[in-house]
Design a protein around this ligand. Structure first.
Ligand code: NPW
Ligand code: ADP
Ligand code: MG
Length: 284
């Protein structure tokens, strides 16, 4: 089984061209953050911004606006009740949906709106509550997206796939993924202490980095944002996704050397320097 190791970063992270601008690094929209879970969408947003997304927008409950902007003024904001959200969805390259979204009827309506407005040029990353909602109604899967990335932890995957955690082996997981997204345009990132990535290419990749200091609320929210930020810049290939999974854990390992607990927001903080260190000049 292929392992995800250090060399993936140098394959994916490019030195930026001098004549580039923010539009070259992708537009990303993150949707989530109910009244109780604003932190989740803020952590996801920090993952996206700090991993280099060109333009970042956040659709969330209005109660989160002040906290979001005081931490991340780089992010644009739209109240998730705003009717223009469907138009904004259409303009994005990447959409992350689910961190802190909750499973209310309103949240279900948001996932439905997402499904009805995405197109084949876009990548949708589904995390947390979005997966829980889909587990209740499989018709919510945004099958018109060009690429779908699912990022469940084991219990979320149990809910979506109906495979109980002890029985989540590669064969069963692949079959369930195919059933959920029959056109094969889906990547499954099954998170655990040894995260497995099921690529559109049929391969299963195992993450070799990560540590128990990372067992902290918000760690997965941050990962979803990083995956979004990487896809926005480097495109939706399996290499991009593997690099995002790896750099999240690598940052965690660096912090864990000197910290008992690894805070998700500290991972995001470390990303710009880690990316700089691993960036290669194109053509080399
Ligand atoms: N700061 C914020 O705003 C934050 C907001 N958040 C938001 O909260 C919402 C709910 O998401 P969630 O992940 O917290 O809850 P849920 O889906 O019920 O999973 C927990 C259940 O699954 C079980 N379990 C088994 N295996 C597991 C595994 N490997 N990893 C994890 N769990 C595992 C576990 O078992 P137990 O611990 O009971 O043994 C328990 O029964 C969602 O919108 C999310 O974005 C969070 O992101 C945190 C930061
Ligand atoms: N013991 C561990 N070793 C390595 N990685 C871990 C460990 N515990 C958690 N993680 C990582 O932390 C993240 C947890 O995701 P998730 O459960 O969705 O968190 P949250 O929903 O609180 O943001 C995953 O990327 C997972 O791989
Ligand atoms: Mg999560």
């Amino acid at each position: 089984m292929p392992e995800i190791t250090d060399d993936i970063l140098k394959k994916v992270i490019k030195v930026r061209e001098s004549d580039s601008y923010k539009g070259k690094y992708g537009r990303i929209l993150l949707i989530g953050g109910s009244e109780n879970y604003g932190g989740a969408i803020i952590m996801s947003t920090e993952g996206a911004i700090n991993s280099g997304a060109g333009l970042t927008a956040v659709a969330t409950h209005s109660v989160n606006l002040t906290a979001l902007h005081s931490r991340d003024p780089e992010a644009m904001y739209i109240d998730w009740r705003n009717k223009n959200l469907s138009d904004l969805i259409k303009k994005m390259d990447v959409i992350v949906c689910g961190p802190g979204l909750g499973t209310s009827d309103f949240a279900k309506g948001i996932v439905k709106m997402l499904r009805d407005n995405v197109n084949e040029k876009q990548t949708v990353i589904l995390d947390a509550s979005a997966l829980d909602l889909i587990s209740e109604d499989k018709n919510l899967m945004p099958l018109n997206a060009g690429h779908i990335v699912l990022t469940p932890h084991q219990m979320e995957w149990q809910r979506v796939s109906q495979i109980r955690i002890p029985f989540q082996d590669d064969k069963a997981n692949k079959a369930a993924l195919k059933q959920l997204v029959p056109n094969g345009n889906a990547t499954l990132i099954l998170k655990s202490n040894r995260t497995h990535v099921y690529g559109e290419d049929g391969n299963v990749y195992v993450n070799t980095a990560g540590n128990p200091g990372m067992a902290t609320g918000g760690m997965g929210d941050t990962l979803a944002g990083i995956i979004g930020g990487f896809i926005a810049q480097f495109g939706p290939s399996i290499e991009t996704i593997l690099a995002a999974v790896y750099i999240h854990s690598l940052a965690g390992d660096i912090l864990y050397k000197e910290n008992y607990v690894v805070k998700p927001t500290e991972i995001s903080k470390l990303l710009p320097r880690l990316m700089k260190k691993n960036a290669i000049k194109s053509g080399k």
